[in-house]
Design a protein around this ligand. Sequence first.
Ligand code: FAD
Length: 432
Amino acid sequence: MERIIVVGGGAGGLELVTKLGDKLGRKKRAEIMLIDQNTEHLWKPLLHEIATGALNDQTDHISYLSQAQSHHFSFKQGKLINIDRDNKQVIITDANRAALGYSDADVAINYDVLVIAIGCTSNDFGTPGVKEHAIFLDDQKSAIKLRKILLSTFIRFDMDAANAAQQSKIKIAIVGGGATGIELASELPNMVNTLKTSGYPNLGEQMLDISLVEAADRISPALPEKVSLGITKTLQNMGVKVLTKTMIVKADNEGLYTKDGQTIAADIIVWAAGVKAPDFLNNIAGLESNRNNQLVVKPTLQSTRDDTIFVIGDSSSCMQDNGKLVSPTAQAAHQMVPVCAYNIEKSMNDLPMKKFKYNDKGIIISLHNTAQGVVSMIGSKGFHAKGCFALLIHRVLYRMHLASLLGICRTVRFTLAARVINKTKSTLSGDK
Ligand SMILES: Cc1cc2nc3c(=O)[nH]c(=O)nc-3n(C[C@H](O)[C@H](O)[C@H](O)COP(=O)(O)OP(=O)(O)OC[C@H]3O[C@@H](n4cnc5c(N)ncnc54)[C@H](O)[C@@H]3O)c2cc1C
């Protein structure tokens, strides 16, 4: 029986392994294995809500083990470190062996078909001081770390404000005017207001001094100018300073330094700019990669130099017919799944495969209790969506992801359960 290994259980990988398990694993037509460095899946676009306590970090997870048991695949916790294409093996650091202190924690696992779906992180472009002084919002660990830092900073300011005649401001600089930076900036005033009503009376959104810093001439440059201006206005109404055409050249414990000699003082720096795949993917096992370390794929989603290796989601570099690369979004990762699953099955039988064609359904950016963006419905060219309607569409993308993993009935139950837990268990308490 052929063995299909999917490395990375994120937005794309977990949907893929679930689909392959249901289709091929269930009928014992192939052995399917998921490898991920973590034990649970959390959809990355929720990270800013985890960081600001809008979501409880324990409610929206899916355990890889329980998903594997229900969908006919196996799960191994480990970190991919290399690929041996000659022997068709992935080399991983086995998390259990490493935790038990084994000296031989690195193990080789055979594959017939391999799928790489390990995603991307933000890119500091080698800017001096950023690694040391900024927080990245790349995974659950970093989101929880950011929440702890925000909480302790806010609580300290509440105590100081009680004693001081002149109140100072809490300076937060967020670098990167894409979805992550915008959504995070828009949640912070609500976080402070929630704390104010939870025993920290000296706090208030007027104490926040938030700067959203973007190198391009407007935030959210992927959206039409009119939409981008609308988002800028909403943020400004929330008290966020939007600094465009501002290139950061250095960071230290005082704040950020711009190319034109300005200083942006900051108590907390969050780096949410750029996108790159992990460095070890660069030219891994002789596979073709681009300057962001993403692996270059053919329209069939197979890597250009090895037909037995597929790459999906953010870690792939996939050129479309229009000469543009597929953007690294949850939407694209979700759309790659059915094509990749189909092509894997066909490749096992030497049958013709499909080409992946990205269908851009638009971009919606959530702004706390509203949203803005562009939506492309069937036959429409894309229209400016705002308010509750846009927020609803933003929420639908996550529900679609859950439905691919859990089915519709369990998605409804999961959503209701998460809602109850979020209402009863706040993560905005000082001990977190
Ligand atoms: C804060 C934030 C907000 C976002 N908002 C939106 C949005 O509104 N809309 C949208 O479309 N997109 C959004 N995105 C982008 C979206 O999250 C990604 O495009 C999407 O998650 C990519 O899916 P993926 O499967 O390629 O990788 P990921 O979802 O990143 O999953 C990668 C998986 O690989 C695992 N992994 C990584 N390295 C290794 C390794 N060496 N070995 C083993 N496992 C490994 C990780 O643990 C993870 O489970 C946002 C991203 C962030 C960070």
